[in-house]
Design a protein around this ligand. Structure first.
Ligand code: SF4
Length: 344
């Protein structure tokens, strides 16, 4: 069976043409899937029965099953999805008090980057997700919405390194942002990376208006080498040069993510070093107090230290956002739910 969500609009049109069905039927199929949330070809009642049967013989709309669905009091919901090969991935819906519904999706099963504070990297990389598996997370999360809610933002910040799977991710995001897809404009889509310079440059060259978030977590190479091992091959200077290029090409300000780890990277000297590194750049720093993970030796920073860190950056003229933790009670930090319920 072919996963329908792996098909581009042109591919589906070609399949239909090959079966003697006019191309406009492809538009109807996408409308049913993306606009009307159909999960069965039988629901596509404006398609002739014979076309529905042909589609059902060759295609499946869903390739995953929901293995777990958790809800937190703050409105966060997390899905653990089991893929056709038995692997498991996570995706999350976050609600804020402005009525935004942000979804966070994964791009790989596991992750090769091995960031020291992340549960997703503990088992290494198992495989890339397909375009359809990435899109399916978005559609599954959309099913969690209440009447009147709609997905406002997509962040590609779940399990995996998105720039290591760009070939599958780009068509998924193209479909997410098409008006006849999920209709989420490119400017409301964020791709979060540890900072692979070649991937950032490839993305910059496409000038697609996606928001880029680079996970920095340290302002000097020795500390970043420890926290983000991928840095050993690149170094901070090359990551920042690629981020600068992204801004120059797209005009979009880059966000730098900084997970605050108690007594590791949350001190006044760390804040001053970060301020010096980013001074003069059109940057936004997202400070994220660490979510404790059972297997990892890091602790959450103290509130006064977080405030002082943010203040140091602001005093240096750097825009700062404090990302409050959502969904703690459902293990919403990436990779946690999968590990709790994973057979591995
Ligand atoms: S933080 Fe992201 S890039 Fe780093 S190991 Fe976790 S999933 Fe991979």
């Amino acid at each position: 069976m072919i996963h329908l969500l792996d098909q581009t609009p042109d591919q589906l049109q070609a399949w239909l043409a090959g079966h003697g069905v006019p191309g406009y039927r492809a538009r109807q199929v996408w409308q049913w899937v993306y606009a009307r949330g159909a999960d069965d070809f039988d629901q596509m009642t404006d398609l002739p029965g014979v076309v529905r049967q042909r589609l059902a013989a060759d295609f499946q709309i869903w390739s995953t099953r929901v293995a777990a669905h958790r809800k937190a009091d703050d409105g966060a919901e997390k899905l653990l999805l089991e893929l056709a090969d038995g692997q498991r991935i996570e995706c999350v819906l976050l609600r804020d008090d402005r009525g935004h519904c942000t979804i966070c999706v994964s791009t790989q099963v596991g992750c090769a980057m091995g960031c020291a504070f992340c549960a997703s990297g503990l088992d290494g990389l198992i495989r890339n997700l397909s375009t359809g598996e990435i899109l399916e997370q978005m559609l599954r999360l959309r099913q969690c919405l209440a009447d009147g809610e709609r997905i406002s933002h997509v962040v590609v910040m779940g399990m995996g390194e998105p720039l290591a799977n760009l070939d599958a991710l780009l068509p998924a995001l193209a479909m997410a942002s098409r008006p006849d897809g999920l209709g989420i404009g490119a400017r409301r889509i964020t791709i979060s990376t540890v900072g692979l310079p070649a991937g950032i440059r490839r993305l910059a060259g496409l000038n697609l208006q996606y928001h880029l978030a680079v996970s920095l977590h340290a302002a000097d190479d020795p500390l970043r080498d420890r926290l983000v091992p991928a840095n050993r091959k690149t170094g901070i200077a090359a990551v920042l040069a690629a981020a600068d290029e992204y801004f120059e090409q797209t005009g979009r300000r880059v966000t730098f993510e900084y997970v605050l780890l108690k007594d590791v990277n949350d001190g006044p000297a760390h804040a001053r070093a970060l301020a010096a590194l980013l001074r003069g750049r059109p940057a936004l720093v997202n400070l994220i107090p660490f979510n404790p993970v059972a297997e990892l030796p890091f602790r959450s920073p103290l509130s006064p230290d977080v405030m002082r860190f943010a203040e140091t950056l602001r005093e240096a003229g750097i825009a700062v956002k404090l990302r409050y933790r959502k969904g703690d009670e459902i293990d919403a930090a990436c990779g946690q739910l999968r590990r709790l319920t994973s057979p591995y």
